[in-house]
Each structure stands twice: as C-alpha cells, then as structure tokens.
Design a protein around this ligand. Structure first.
Ligand SMILES: [Zn+2]
Ligand SMILES: [Zn+2]
Length: 182
C-alpha cells in the first residue's frame, strides 16, 4: 500500500521521514521531487483509499459473564501497512474519531453514549448487550488480550472484520487526525 505523489509528472510515493522539524511524509523521488505532506494528511489520504475497517469479537462481560460483542477500529494497525512508525502511534480506536464513533453508535445498539461524572463529558463506548454494563471507554483498545496476539503478532484480523466504512460515510476526519498525529 502506497500513497502516490501528488505531483502528476512524478512516479514516486510518500514515505515517512524524520526531518529537522519532526516527522513528515516526503516523496520517494527526493531530491528530484520535493513534494511532502504532514502525517495527518497522509493518514487522511490512506483512509480515502482504504476506508476504516471495523472489527468485532465476542467478549465475556465482567458483570453478567455472558458473551457480548465489542466493536472498534484499529487505525494504527491498518496504518502499519503504510509505515511501521504509524503503527506505533496508537492504539487508536473507539473514542478517538468522533464521526466514526457517531456512525457506530447509530447502527450498533450496544455502542452507546455514556456520561462520565469524573470529566463531566460524554463519550462513546461498548456496553454489554445483555446487562448494559459499560465495557470501558478504551476497553476494546487497551485490553483486548484475547485478540492482541492475532492483531499484532499473527496479523490475522480478517476473521474479526465486521465491515469497512468509506470516507464518504465517515466524513471529514481532519480535525481528529490533526489532534492525534500532530
Ligand atoms: Zn514526487
Ligand atoms: Zn453483561
């Protein structure tokens, strides 16, 4: 997977480089081509081409002990195929991309808006489909012990694939991407 250079006459693609002013994406044809983009823009272009993959698996609820689906995206996992550096900037999942979270909330009944008395704000999280108990804001990202081996070591996530959201469906992500990747 490569993001092709914006310069029409150039056959290069963007690679992540570490420069004087931090990490950026520069054309592989440098110094012949000096085209570059910031990391959030590179990620946005990646999503334009590939969409955002949504994963789902069964988790035993800590409260009622029944199996309930938990759903998230793992953007940093996807970005690994672009560059391993981007894969390390994570985990990025449910709770990080607002418009994606809103979409998931609309179509998946167990994903709900919750209110935190600690931070006095709302957030989107997985809840148990049987007893409704919260599975934690970052539960699916920080603590998916049963799939972390498949995710990071076996690269065997296809069996958890639930669907792919296109950039048309999720809309403008640039605000969230700038916050995460700048
Ligand atoms: Zn170029
Ligand atoms: Zn439960």
């Amino acid at each position: 997977m490569e993001i092709l250079c914006k310069v029409k006459t150039c056959t290069g693609h963007y690679i992540v480089r570490d420069g004087k002013f931090g990490v950026f994406a520069g054309c592989s044809e440098f110094p012949k081509c000096k085209s570059s983009m910031k990391i959030p823009e590179l990620v946005e272009n990646f999503i334009k081409e590939k969409g955002i993959k949504i994963y789902c698996w069964g988790k035993i609820c800590w409260k009622c002990s029944k199996t309930t689906p938990v759903i998230s995206y793992f953007l940093n996992y996807e970005l690994e195929e672009l560059d391993s550096y981007l894969g390390m900037l994570g985990p990025i999942g449910l709770g990080d991309l607002e418009s994606v979270d809103r979409l998931l909330e609309q179509v998946i009944p167990s994903i709900k808006e919750c209110y935190s008395y600690t931070t006095k704000s709302t957030y989107i999280a997985n809840t148990c489909e049987h007893c409704g108990s919260l599975q934690g804001r970052n539960y699916v990202v920080d603590d998916p012990h049963e799939i972390i081996t498949d995710l990071w070591h076996n690269h065997d996530m296809e069996k958890y694939l639930y669907g792919v959201l296109s950039v048309e469906e999720v809309g403008d992500l640039s605000h969230d991407l700038r916050r995460i990747y700048s």
